[in-house]
Design a protein around this ligand. Sequence first.
Ligand code: MF3
Ligand code: CO
Length: 249
Amino acid sequence: MVAMRTEEEIAQIRHAGHILARVFAKLKNKIICGISTQELDDYIKSLVEEHGGLCAFLGYRAYPANSCISLNEEVVHGIPSLKKLLKVGDIVSVDIGVKFGSWFADAAVSYPVGNIETSRKKLIDVTKKALDLGIREAYAGNFLSNISYSIQRYAESFGFSVVRDLAGHGIGKNIHEEPEIPNYGRLDCGITLKKGMVLAIEPMVNMGGWEVEVLPDGWTVVTKDRLPSAHFEHTIAITDNGPEILTRL
Ligand code: MF3
Ligand code: CO
């Protein structure tokens, strides 16, 4: 069952979302050559807590860090480490969940580190735009599958592929709730969207094939062909006026 949130509940999730927006705005300046993903994770924790939130991923299904930080061929769920240093040309994908009171918001951004190859820059830009196009479909009365369809169509039109094994999700009282929101699908099928639904939409786009695997650490999802991947995510609410992005100021 997909939960419908009241205005008051959405206000709580918006508060969590605005903490995320502030954290990402500050984090941008720390995306520099030589910094470790562990340092970024520590910084994220301090920023989230400064704003009165908690990092929601820590301890979720025994996940061992505050955030997920994934480099290049790592798609998602990269575990921050002192041994992983950003270098020029990398794509670094940062995914953060915030709990405020009893409510959750979730967002992710892929950043280029310094000057990167044109094709990698394109991958980042296309993934971001795919998220925007997916969000545009998130209005009451539309089919959920049209979010999926738009994301897939746009990403594949550049010769990229969308990850099939992971998906966006409902969010609110828990990080992951119904419905599941795949990043591929057909037009006009499945459930329809309603006012009050709160969704985390999160395209993961690969430069090569869509297949992924999990590393022996049990978390890090990497592309099978080891080509790079990018990931953007926003938490949105469906309102009378269309989608409201809760993780943007
Ligand atoms: N970031 C994932 C999502 O957006 C959830 C990560 S949970 C963790 O849905 F345990 F891996 F952190
Ligand atoms: Co998510």
